[in-house]
Design a protein around this ligand. Sequence first.
Ligand code: E4P
Length: 217
Amino acid sequence: MKFFADTADVDAIRELNDLGLLDGVTTNPSLIKKSGRNILEVTKEICDIVDGPVSAEVTATDADEMIAEGRKLAKIADNIAVKVPLTLDGLKACKVLSGEGTMVNVTLCFSANQALLAAKAGATFISPFIGRLDDINVDGMDLIAEIRQIFDNYGFETQILAASIRTVNHVKDSAMIGADVITAPPAVIKSLANHPLTDKGLDAFLADIKAAGIKIL
Ligand code: E4P
């Protein structure tokens, strides 16, 4: 399973990349706004840090404009994935941009039928939003499972990118179901390493190291 960081914070991206935990990055207009940076500049900087796909979202809602924006974004770097919304115009733009060899991430997916359309449009990634479904008392994980089954039924190669992840359990459940990628805030990715018994065990080992004067170097 691939881990993407869901952020436009270059310091956080660099930290995860240095840990060897990063396979890509996703951004969206809200994350770009939060960064306070110019979209083209910050996206270029992220692409220079990370080897894997970096999703950058179009601002247009009309297919022709999305295609023009997508072509401009794709010129930033080879690892750009153009992000388009799951609308009919977005699907049309997806088909054209994918046909030109550009990676496309279709975002704002909330149903299995939407995911099916994105796969048929040649999307590289489909982004079902787990957390936002949970927010309205719909189990986001059921959607991941439905999409997994449909894609496996027909051999679609579109990767399921579980998005809008809020908790470590979202990551585990996505992995159990077989999502290809999760994108999560850096804090969630780092907290996957946490366990109180790890901390307790390490404290005991450190005490014994000190008491016995154990040295390796
Ligand atoms: C990533 O591609 C999505 O835009 C992001 O995960 C949405 O997350 P949110 O629901 O926390 O805004």
